[in-house]
Ligand binder design. Sequence first.
Ligand code: ADP
Length: 516
Amino acid sequence: MNNRPLPDGLSEADLLGGLARMAEVVGKKWVILEPEAGLTAYYDTQSTLPISASMPSGAVAPANTDELQKVVKIANEIGIPLWTISCGKNIGYGGPAPRKPGTLVLDLKRMNRILEVNVESAYVVVEPGVSYLQLYEHLQKNNIPLWIDCAAPAWGSVLGNAMERGGGYTPYGDHWMMQCGLEVVLADGTLFRTGMGAMENSNTWNLFKYGYGPYIDGIFTQSNFGIATKMGVWLMPEPPGVKPYMITFPREEDLHQIIEIMRPLKVPGVMQNAAVLSNLIWEGAISTTRDRYYRGDGPMPESARQKMAADLELGAWNMTSSLYGPPAVIDTLWQVIEESFSQVKGARIYLADDRAGDPGWEYRKKLMRGQPNMTEFSLLNWTGGGHVDFSPVAPMTGDEAMNLFNICQSNAHEFGFDYVAEFFGGWRQMVQVFMLLFDPEDADQRERANQLFSVLIREAAANGYGEYRTNLSFMDEVAATYDFNDGALWKVHQKIKRALDPKGILAPGKQGIWPL
Ligand code: ADP
């Protein structure tokens, strides 16, 4: 109890006094103060920094919007900072933990109602605590022919992931693009709806994104300007046909040619969903362990990687994607895709029924049908569970892909780590997610991982690549790379912050935005 980190400027008595008032609102059980009572669930155990660097003072979990508004008002009055999470599965980016020690986690997992399912217009309205698995099971149980699009963790929040602008694997994989209509609570407790929802009796809140007047939904994503309490999400009608495919490519340098083939297929929509290009170790780590191939220190040597590739029938790069629609359309598109990627020497194509028993291919096929699962997280066994994601955005060209790959792999190897990564092909850009895996029990590894991450931020920025999202520990460093006109955009963010949350109680430090 005495180790509790406190928010700036508050005594323990101030904090406990505020929490006692919050307990009157939400019930004593839903104010969590002690590690033994469940507070450890809000720690980030995968960080390059010790747990104390992001340790909350406690957590509070309201059951509905009314309770949430009351909690926020108490926090605002006393000056207790709140870190909002929905399901708290922001894995690789800090999970449920706050940016600053002593912040109180505002956990919205109890607000988990599916408020509307509109089959005709293919959308749902959800509260923050609705997980992918919950929504998926609801649709299945009720035989509703709509697909969700999930991120890799099945327990993740539909709303929370969209607020972080996360991605998935069906043609509806850009989660923020598929958001339509938001309900928001501000730091002073004000509640409002965006877009058409601003009309009392609107019938298009979840059908038309833009409404009338300034379009402000986006400022609540990756920010600390408000708390989202409801979100409309467009869903994909179950397609009449699906054709998932995996193509392996033998050499690292094939990356250039693959990306040059991919871009003219992605931009006009011949490739309909995210084209995910994972490297050998990412794909291999799903089905095997590191010590089967290498027990030494430092990155896995080339000879061990070659052996793993041969045993598992994997390439240096492995692309998974899928086609959707009427079979005649799929057949036509497939001809183009097959011919195009077959130009890469040594490319091997696998279809749905191939690679029997390969857990990597199985989970990819599920994700591309919006079937939530947790398989991807077996990757964390590779080195002991430490994990931060480095996620820069680059133009979708062969030269840029090779450049980014070389920066990340050579630095990873120099600092003694494996390069475990996937390129996520967007429309004109790609995101490379480098999963920096390390043993959090090993102080030296943690320190090296921490240094490596900063080097990557700097080198990527020097080459024009900015991160689209980042881990708690690096939010300020990444924000500083957005430096056009002396960091003018972040100064605008600070002005908005001051206007909407003058006491700075919502998520201090989120994305490098601090109370002033
Ligand atoms: P998931 O479980 O899908 O990964 P989280 O609940 O971990 O999502 O949320 C990810 C991040 O998104 C949080 O750290 C927070 O910054 C932001 N966030 C989550 N829920 C909300 C919300 N209801 N309102 C505003 N921001 C949110």
